[in-house]
Design a protein around this ligand. Structure first.
Ligand code: ATR
Length: 268
């Protein structure tokens, strides 16, 4: 019987995940289906229950349900616990297992696709919402020096405080960034959605620096700013999307798909 999977979000109609998983399944010869399901904003838990009743094997979870998914799990992987959010569920033996592949997806894109070495580099993470929280521990664990900038400084401070005892992560106001420079600047704000640019100063990029926007599907003001400011590499988040999907696929199917041809096809 064909194993069924899905991605749950709201809205979800523009999701590329069904196409990505279809390409992975074809490439690896896995007998599975994967569809996009929009859950009502107040109906996430009920939707998960329905999928389990119908025999689905697992699902991905996206905005705005990653925190609810976290709360729903019977068992959490350490990286889901770090992120306090879940983007991948597996339904096994009557239990809901949860993990988070967003951070690993970002690291894989930086390391494999963009060939950017992270160890001992200085990074600036823009934003302190759900998207930032999902990647902050993996970035720290990759050996980066990390600053977190956010308009609401309390939110950035809360994220930075998670590292007390593990190392030093600084929360910065945007005004404090003047005169600072980084090897890696990651935009994890939702500013691109409204075609806005966070209030960034000139001179933020060190020679050879990489500017990364976690959004995909369009050239954001942040990407345009980075090009103008002389960042050596400017990337959107499509590679992260494909890599986090590959990690989920591996957890479900025990087969690691080759992401390169899938990413190349999506870029066309
Ligand atoms: P997500 O899950 O996408 O991170 P979120 O939790 O609502 O969404 O967080 C949105 C993030 O984008 C926040 O860090 C927000 O900054 P504030 O907390 O200071 O509001 C940030 N953000 C949104 N629009 C922005 C803009 N135009 N400039 C700078 N930051 C912006």
């Amino acid at each position: 019987m064909t194993d069924r999977y899905a991605v749950i979000g709201n809205p979800i109609s523009h999701s590329k995940s069904p196409l990505i998983h279809k390409l992975f399944a074809e490439q690896t010869g896995q007998d599975m289906s994967y569809e996009a399901i929009e859950a009502p904003l107040d109906g996430f838990a009920a939707t998960i229950q329905r999928l389990r009743d119908e025999g689905y094997k697992g699902c991905n979870v996206t905005v705005p349900f990653k925190f609810e998914a976290y709360a729903l799990c019977d068992q959490l992987a350490p990286r889901a616990r770090d992120a306090k959010a879940v983007n991948t569920l597996a339904f096994r033996d009557g239990k809901i297992l949860g993990t988070n592949t967003d951070g690993a997806g970002l690291l894989a894109d930086l390391d494999k696709n963009l060939e950017f070495k992270l160890m001992w580099k200085d990074a600036l993470l823009l934003g302190a919402g759900g998207a930032a929280a999902g990647v902050v521990w993996p970035l720290f664990n990759a050996g980066l020096g990390l600053d977190i900038a956010n308009r609401n400084i309390e939110k950035a401070q809360l994220l930075a405080d998670e590292f007390k005892g593990a190392g030093t992560v600084y929360a910065r106001r945007y005004e404090e960034l003047t005169g600072k420079s980084y090897d890696l600047v990651i935009n994890a704000t939702s500013s691109g959605l409204s075609d806005e640019l966070p209030p960034l100063p000139d001179g933020l990029f060190k020679p050879g620096a990489l500017a990364y926007d976690m959004m995909y599907g369009r050239e954001t003001p942040f990407m345009a700013y980075a090009r103008k400011q002389g960042a050596a590499i400017v990337s959107d988040g499509l590679g992260m999307l494909v890599e986090q999907a590959a990690d989920a696929f591996f957890l479900w199917r025990n087969v690691r798909p080759d992401t390169k041809p899938v990413l190349a096809l999506l870029r066309k």
